[in-house]
Design a protein around this ligand. Sequence first.
Ligand code: IPD
Ligand code: CA
Ligand code: CA
Length: 262
Amino acid sequence: MVTIAVRAARDAARVLMRNYNRLDTLNFTDKGMHDYVSEVDRIAEQAIIDILRDKYPNHAILGEESGSHPGDDYQWVIDPLDGTTNYLHGFPQFSISIALRHKGRLEVGVIYDPLNEEMFTTSRGSGVQLNDRRLRVSSRKSLDGALLGTGLPYRDFRFTENYMGMLKDLMADTAGIRRPGSAALDFAYVAAGRLDGFWELGLAEWDFAAGALMVREAGGLVTDISGGERHFETGNVIAGNIKVHNAILRRILPHLDDRLTA
Ligand code: IPD
Ligand code: CA
Ligand code: CA
């Protein structure tokens, strides 16, 4: 199933790359640009679905663009372009994310960065690979010297005050905080030890289903922002090696309110 997901990710990557290279030659209004990219998202998702459906006609699918397609106990969770804003601006950080769940449990995750030709793959119980190399989370023991990833609120500003409090408390003690713009890749980077930890509010399942399995399979921890297991329900998530994860959690807890944990 990893092989099929990899094939699907490569197919979607071809769609993204073909159009990425054309973006600066086409003259767009903002709205036109947006519609064009939505179309690219849609075509890339369809390319993934065609490959999955051909091999597994009965599996269910949840795609960011086409929504929920019912099926059996297996469900593919797809983000055909994670980092749309970056893609639109020619900022070279975006990815394709494909996960497979069986009866709700994550089994497979594939995240592909076509610009760097980095294919991150995982399946439950067998670790994480980047191309042919085995990955582990970092061994950093505290926030001291840690590099963290995050996502700044950009559409939903209800929790900006809470978020700013978290940022303020975390940034004082780390080596730095990055906002790369593709949550799926942020998780892959935690699995690779490039980031020691990550947190974001308001993610969707397709942003981090593959990434969550990857971080766990690389020896890390993924929880919701109160340290529980409701991250896919709330979209509020912390990931990291176990020590850094716990340190992030401790700094975040004072900034929570009922709206964030409900
Ligand atoms: C977004 C990216 C971004 C994160 C947003 C997501 P999209 O996904 O993952 O890093 O901060 O919350 O919505 O819209 O580019 O697929
Ligand atoms: Ca996304
Ligand atoms: Ca997307």
